[in-house]
Design a protein around this ligand. Structure first.
Ligand SMILES: [Zn+2]
Length: 439
């Protein structure tokens, strides 16, 4: 009798905050250990309870051969500091570099403010980068092949897992409409093929109306639209997640001739790490990147080694017109925005954070106040997650006997989606904490 099992600790019926387990006999691996997204409804297991559930006692710690992170979004890595020190942790090499840039600032700030949070850097320092090129890792009979996949976090992975004679695809968050999405089909054909079980994210199942109404379907569309908007306005202020590198690079490459591109040193450092990592021409230097330093202190530039980064000087960019990546939680950008004559906002984040949205964000709402009418704001955003058509094609290409949805608010409706009709009898929804026998 088989003793291979799969369990979703949290994330079977919600977006984010996820963590799962593959177990074979006395050994197990954990995939992701995420914090709940702010505003998550129907929270049955809060973050503290998740930590206690996943690592109840010494036996749980001894049994865990590894914690594997799919990518750096907080709803997948947010509880990383609570992974016991003896357990190896894995993530993509570039993802690790980006997390280090973020952690150096967060730890520094918390030290200054005396915040009671655990320091982030030590746990990131000990993360092991995934091997490249479809090389498999083996954890006491659980084989894992990490596959680099397109998502709104750079350097994300899905996993082919083989255990007890079964082949499983665990997608994590993914899509195929980003800058690296064009290789999706080939990747699935080459490294995945037929599987017994498909465990797939389904974020967009509850957002199909948003998708239908959005003219920006792909990151490439976003770049094309951005060029038009930038050319029509002199002071362009872009709100985009600082780690959504595909969108950031599209905005950067869309800067019209004669205009300047501005961001702060933190954002510039993340761009530098990303351009260094994605060197096939998809991410590349173009125009100079003017770096905004508070009080004009060059010290903020110390980690920017490339000649394309230049300290911003108002006299140089003000006349030309500019595209500025702004961060609503930073006072510097609020001050800059207040000093502009007629700014145009390009809003490139999920609409749920806006006023009256599902997950209203106070910083964003305050920043946009007075600028959020149609004349002064253009929404330009594409989802980080797979559209229904992409999931349907993945199902067709992998021909799973069993489909387990997760990272979705619509797990119970998965089998009713018209695009999945031919496979509806194979859908096997799990509850959080339910043990699924793989064999
Ligand atoms: Zn994600």
């Amino acid at each position: 009798m088989s003793d291979a099992t799969f369990k979703i600790f949290r994330g079977s019926h919600q977006i984010g905050g996820c963590s799962s387990e593959f177990r074979l006999g006395e050994h197990r691996i954990i995939i992701d250990f995420g914090a709940n997204l702010p505003g998550t409804e129907n929270v049955q297991i809060d973050d503290n309870a998740l930590v206690e559930t996943v690592f109840r006692n010494d036996n749980d710690i001894i049994a865990t051969d590894a914690v594997l992170f799919t990518h750096y979004h907080g709803d997948h890595v947010g509880l990383k500091c609570f992974v016991p020190k003896s357990i190896p942790i894995y993530i993509g090499g570039t993802a690790k570099e980006i997390m280090k840039i973020i952690a150096s600032r967060v730890d520094f700030r918390n030290e200054k403010t005396g915040a009671a949070e655990l320091p982030k850097m030590p746990v990131i320092e000990r993360m092991i980068p995934y091997p490249t090129g479809g090389t498999e890792l083996n954890f006491s009979g659980i084989s894992v092949t990490p596959l680099y996949i397109d998502h709104s976090a750079l350097d994300s992975y899905m996993f082919v897992i083989e255990m007890d004679g079964k082949r499983i695809l665990y997608t994590g968050d993914f899509r195929e409409h980003g800058i690296n999405g064009d290789v999706f089909e080939r990747l699935v054909e080459t490294y995945v093929g037929k599987v017994d079980i498909l465990i797939t994210e389904g974020t967009m199942l509850s957002r199909t109306k948003e998708t239908a109404a959005n003219i920006v379907k792909t990151e490439e569309d976003l770049g094309c639209e951005a060029t038009k908007v930038f050319a029509a306005h002199h002071e362009n202020v872009v709100l985009v997640s600082s780690t959504n590198l595909d969108s950031i690079m599209e905005f950067y490459h869309a800067v019209p001739d004669g205009m300047a591109f501005l961001c702060d040193a933190y954002q510039a450092e993340i761009m530098q790490a990303a351009i260094k990592a994605v060197n096939k021409g998809k991410y590349r230097y173009g125009k100079n990147i003017y770096v905004l330093c508070p009080d004009n202190k060059k010290a903020y530039m110390h980690d920017l080694n490339d000649r394309h980064f230049i300290m911003a000087d108002k006299t140089k960019y003000d006349e030309k017109g500019f595209i500025m990546l702004a961060r609503p939680n930073k006072p510097m950008f609020r001050k800059l925005l207040a000093g502009l004559h007629d700014p145009h906002i390009i809003y490139s984040m999920w609409s749920g954070y806006l006023k009256g949205g599902k997950c209203e964000d106070k910083n964003i709402v305050d920043f946009l106040s007075g600028h959020d009418d149609k004349e002064h704001l253009t929404p330009l955003h594409t989802s980080g997650h797979a559209y229904v058509e992409t999931i349907a094609r993945l199902i067709e290409k992998t021909q799973p006997e069993v489909i387990i949805p997760m990272h979705t608010e619509s797990a119970d409706e998965f089998a009713e989606v018209p695009e999945f009709a031919a496979y509806k009898d194979r859908v096997n929804g799990l509850r959080d904490g339910e043990t699924y026998k793989i064999g």
